[in-house]
Write a protein that binds this ligand. Structure first.
Ligand SMILES: Nc1nc2c(ncn2[C@@H]2O[C@H](COP(=O)(O)OP(=O)(O)OP(=O)(O)O)[C@@H](O)[C@H]2O)c(=O)[nH]1
Ligand SMILES: [Mg+2]
Length: 289
């Protein structure tokens, strides 16, 4: 089965992101390292190419967030793939895990050489300053709150919650700068846009939801048919839309008691994917990127 269809156009770069990018560029000079959050379900699509450029050779800690929603085996492969000399990688369930010791240790290790240099010069090492960056809704503010053990940053299960940059003091050794989730003006590949949409990084209001849901349906029909069959107790057809019809009938999503309520069906389908109801799914293969 082909997982291909008419081009899906998703473009999204609102004003506050342009402003955020400029401010992040300015603040980058002040920070020692970057903590980049990526969604463990889509470690490649949630890599912001603007961040590569912005980072400008600073040591980087990549956090694969929402580890609990991703396939554990795939996550291990991604960690191996992304690790480099100046890049450490941790996969975390930010909500349930005790993340602080892991993050503090990894940050100190990344900054070891610099701290040593300062000590040798007789400079008392100050707190490490790290900028926390990533696409919208990936968990940046939740991450900062969990590490600082305070509810400083506003969080929410929708993209675009944080609108401005904000410092948080974790302890004497670490300070974190929260930033608004940013996307980039043009997705190089249609798949990147759709995966960001499926993960919840782009506001539903501006998405062609039907196409995104059909794309997700095709993907799962091809790669994880057993999860669809199990969740919806349907026999799969080759046509994604016919599968939506079957789901609607099973769930009783009908208008006026007879017509299929298609909108409700696809909204439910996408919500259940995002809420991990079909199972832990990684949508990108480390060997193929
Ligand atoms: N299951 C799960 N949910 C998480 C995890 N990390 C964050 N979340 C949830 O993801 C949603 C978004 O979290 P935020 O911290 O607001 O994300 P953000 O990156 O600050 O988003 P913006 O400010 O909009 O860019 C919230 O509902 C969090 O509870 C995780 O590791 N696992
Ligand atoms: Mg935020």
């Amino acid at each position: 089965m082909e997982n291909k269809q008419d081009t899906i156009r998703i473009q999204w770069f609102p004003g506050h992101m342009t402003k955020a990018k400029r401010e992040m560029q300015e603040k980058m000079k002040m920070v020692d390292m970057v903590i980049e959050l990526r969604d463990a379900r889509i470690p490649n699509a949630s890599k912001n190419p603007m961040i590569e450029e912005l980072c400008n050779q600073k040591p980087r800690l990549i956090i694969l967030s929402k580890k609990d929603k991703a396939d554990a085996l795939e996550t291990r492969k991604w960690i191996t793939k992304l690790q480099k000399e100046d890049v450490k990688v941790l996969a975390l369930d930010i909500i349930k895990e005790n993340i602080t010791p892991k993050v503090v240790e990894a940050s100190q290790e990344l900054m070891k050489a610099k701290i040593e240099r300062m000590k040798r010069r007789g400079i008392r090492p100050r707190a490490i300053r790290a900028m926390v960056v990533g696409v919208p809704n990936v968990g940046k503010s939740t991450f900062i709150n969990r590490i600082s053990k305070k509810k400083i940053a506003v969080t929410g299960d929708r993209p675009g919650v944080t609108k401005s940059l904000q410092w948080s003091k974790v302890n004497a050794n670490l300070e974190l700068l929260d930033t608004p989730g940013v996307l980039w003006p043009k997705f190089e590949d249609e798949k990147v846009g759709v995966l960001l949409a499926v993960s919840g990084a782009i506001r539903d209001e501006i998405l062609p939801l039907e196409e995104v849901a059909a794309w997700a349906m095709r993907f799962l029909m091809q790669h994880k048919p057993e999860l669809l069959e199990k969740r919806y107790a349907i026999e799969l057809d080759e046509d994604p839309y016919s599968n939506f019809t079957k789901i609607a009938e099973k769930r009783g999503f009908l208008k006026n008691g007879k017509e299929i309520d298609f909108k409700r069906t696809i909204e439910t389908f996408l919500r259940e994917i995002r809420d991990d109801r079909l199972g832990s799914i990684t949508w990108e293969n480390a060997d193929e990127v």
